[in-house]
Design a protein around this ligand. Structure first.
Ligand SMILES: *[C@@H]1O[C@H](CO)[C@@H](O)[C@H](O)[C@H]1NC(C)=O
Length: 323
């Protein structure tokens, strides 16, 4: 495992802008953060295979629409050469596949949620679902000729992630991309970017009823909230991890909100759990499992790409912290 201190030089000239922001309220960060993949691998998600090893999935880069990496110990990661999404659905363009998430169903099949650019949608994204077999690497095949969620009149939707509750009921969370996908991008400042919760059947694919809005941005979070990921602690608390601010802004971060019911209300913790400091720049896009294992990305290699980082969280504490 590489020590982050070797990368301490990264982004130093931009740090003062962060600490001068009156809205920036970092937690007291302890814990260990490790560089897990020294390559462009944004918005990582992960799933544990039946053999106990781990597969991570990342936004398009390194010549792949959806990237896959593998680890036997959650510490040492290898980028695989597989293309997880070799076929496209009729509604999506070839470019800009973002923020995949993968779940394993009770029948052993893997399901991928991803964001893709809608053809003729002015660059806006929608949520697609692709079904794999019993190999987490894929190939994943789109399940439908139409998107799972596609509110184009509100800017589209991105950053889908699956969640299975203790009773086996399944959900998908995603972000309505009201900021236009490129942060404010000439749009109206203050546009809402709701995080939605959509119940789905046991297949992880078929919607049940309408989605519920469970979170939205506030002024401390800049133009947006995004990258939702829902997990549940052993004492039954729902924890919704998310990122605030623009993805290329040093204020991009990992935050969380908690609720005792899956539909909310979610109470924001009100601070950044992972944030820009002397070792990280613009971290976000986190995925956290029920045991507190976390993957996220941060800008690296002279801020030219977003590498994957790994950490552990103490989910049991009233105030969640890095372990
Ligand atoms: C880092 O990026 C800056 C700005 O693009 C550039 O001027 C500088 O040469 C780069 N440094 C290295 C070591 O590549």
């Amino acid at each position: 495992m590489l020590s982050l201190s070797r990368f301490a030089v990264l982004g130093l000239s931009l740090i003062p802008a962060v600490f001068s922001s009156p809205l920036y309220r970092p937690s007291k960060r302890g814990g260990t953060i490790a560089l897990a993949l020294n390559t462009d691998f944004p918005d990582p998600a992960f799933v544990q295979h039946t053999d106990g090893s781990w597969y991570a999935f990342g936004t398009n880069s390194n010549g792949k629409r959806i990237q896959v990496a593998h680890s036997t110990d959650f510490e040492s990661w290898t980028l695989l050469q597989d293309e997880a999404l070799p076929t496209l659905s009729g509604w999506e363009t070839e470019v800009n596949h973002w923020a995949p998430d993968v779940i394993r169903r009770s029948d052993g099949k893997y399901v991928m949620y991803y964001s893709a650019e809608y053809q003729g949608g002015n660059g806006h994204h929608c949520i697609g679902i692709a079904l794999g077999g019993d190999n987490p690497v894929g190939p994943y095949i789109p399940v439908s000729n139409s998107p799972f969620a596609c509110p184009l009149d509100q800017g589209g939707a991105i950053d889908a992630a699956g969640f299975e509750d203790e009773d086996g009921s399944r959900y998908v969370v995603y972000k309505v991309d009201g900021n236009g996908g490129d942060c404010v991008n000439g749009g109206t400042p203050g546009t809402s970017t709701p995080i939605m919760l959509q119940p789905v059947q046991e297949d992880g694919i078929t919607s049940v009823g309408n989605p519920t809005k469970i979170l939205d941005r506030d002024e401390s979070e800049g133009p947006l909230v995004e990258a939702p990921y829902l997990t549940k602690t052993s004492d039954g608390k729902y924890v919704l991890f998310y990122s605030s601010h623009c993805f290329n802004d040093p204020n991009y971060d990992v935050r969380y909100a908690t609720a005792s019911s899956i539909t909310g209300p979610y109470t924001k913790a009100g601070f950044s759990l992972v944030y820009t400091d002397d070792k990280l720049y613009g971290p976000g896009g986190a995925t956290v499992d029920a045991e507190g294992r976390m993957l996220f990305h941060g800008w690296c290699n002279n801020n030219s790409m977003r590498c994957m980082y790994a950490a552990n969280l103490d989910l049991g504490d009233e105030r969640i912290a890095l372990a």
